[in-house]
Design a protein around this ligand. Sequence first.
Ligand code: NAD
Length: 470
Amino acid sequence: MSNPAITDSETAPRVFDVTNAATGAVITSLTEMSPAEVDAKVALARTAFEGWSRETPKVRADALFALCAELRAHGDELIELEVLNTGRSRVAAAAELEHMVDSFSFYAGAARTLSTMAAGEYVRDHTSFIKLEPVGVCGQITPWNYPMMMAGLAIAPAIAAGNCSIIKPSEVTPLSTIRLVEIASRVLPENVMNVVIGSGRVTGDALVTHDDVDLVSLIGSRRAGEQIAGNAASTMKKLHLELGGKAPVVVFPGVDMPFLVSRLLEAGFNNAGQDCTAASRVILHRSIQDEFLRAMTDALRVLKVGGPDEDAAMGPLISAQHLEKVIGMIEGAKRDGAEIVHGGSRLDREGYFIEPTLISNVQQNAEIVQQEVFGPVLTVQAFDDEQEAIEMANGVQYDLAGSVWSGSPGQLFRVAGALNFGTVWMNDHFPQAIEVPHGGLRYSGHGKDQSTYSLDSYLRVKHLMINTAL
Ligand code: NAD
């Protein structure tokens, strides 16, 4: 079942280290699961699906509410695991836990309220009914930026709808997901939720190419999305892809500058910018560029960077490899003629810390504007008129999220309508809630996370028609 492009040596058992991002220390070593081990998990999930898919929505909801209670009871332990692995603050890890529990709680109820088109006689003497059925076994591949939160967003709608889930967390941050699945096994029927551990190329690909996996969801990079879409093609499985972003922040004159800067401190630098919707490209009217650069620089000067025990506002990047990538992109921007207004360097200490960074004088076609940095880096571009602002904002191959800021309601709606992004905030950037959809258009993937729209991915539509003349 594995991808023919992957050789035997690459599929041999491999031991890999899991590290603490705040110190660089190795926490533990894990062994990558082979395609044969993934195959065994798929067989278990297929068996579990026979029972779970036939339960009523109420029975499934009760089980998910029991899971919520169990997760809260193990909350401190899950938070500490997340802090240990990602180096983020306890407050941030607690917010992730809350979001994950909220996902299970929301979909427990939402899956009891499914609706479809009306049953009726669309052909004379024949009555049509629509049935929404679970898809089957779901392979769910998640990234490292919010391990618990992403696990909840992926698994909750899948199992609430009657599917079985096999999650493959990022090999960089697997610990809280492994514990989540252990906890879930106490309250859910066996193998409704399962986990496989390893890299994308081996363990992830074994799910993607498996003939008995009916759906693959990915929250990850555009590169992984492209690979998975290609590798899944021969099995024609359903895909749900939540990919990268490069969010613009389009600002017109007359906005409340202190409020804008305070919101960008969160939207651009929360989780060290490792967020798919992170504010990343500030595109503002030339008349307010200098005022913005001064105010943003002042705010970044006092943004405290540090580990979970240092009362810091911004934590580390996730790994040495990612730190190298972010620094490399900043160096590339300098070579392209950009000006580093603030930051730009790694911190001289253990762990993977970098300064919050503000960059001006960037060209639209520069790598720092076109490619996802996934770090605490804001670029600044100036425009002279509304049309130019819209073209700059839309001029990247990412379509996930963006924002527009203006004192004019008409301009807010006009520009928001012209922006090609799955979410457009007006006079804010970043707020999310489980009830509202989150997901990209075209290059940032398809399918929505959050909201009842997410359930659509995890259900299949079946038309039943009866001849009523007989
Ligand atoms: P990544 O794409 O490198 O990895 C994500 C997951 O995919 C990992 O579990 C990885 O092992 C797996 N993977 C990679 N290649 C694979 C393949 N060919 N087959 C099967 N599995 C494969 O992403 P990352 O670096 O872990 O996370 C950061 C990325 O995730 C960013 O691009 C970010 O924008 C994106 N992201 C998107 C959303 C969203 O909702 N749209 C949310 C969070 C993160």
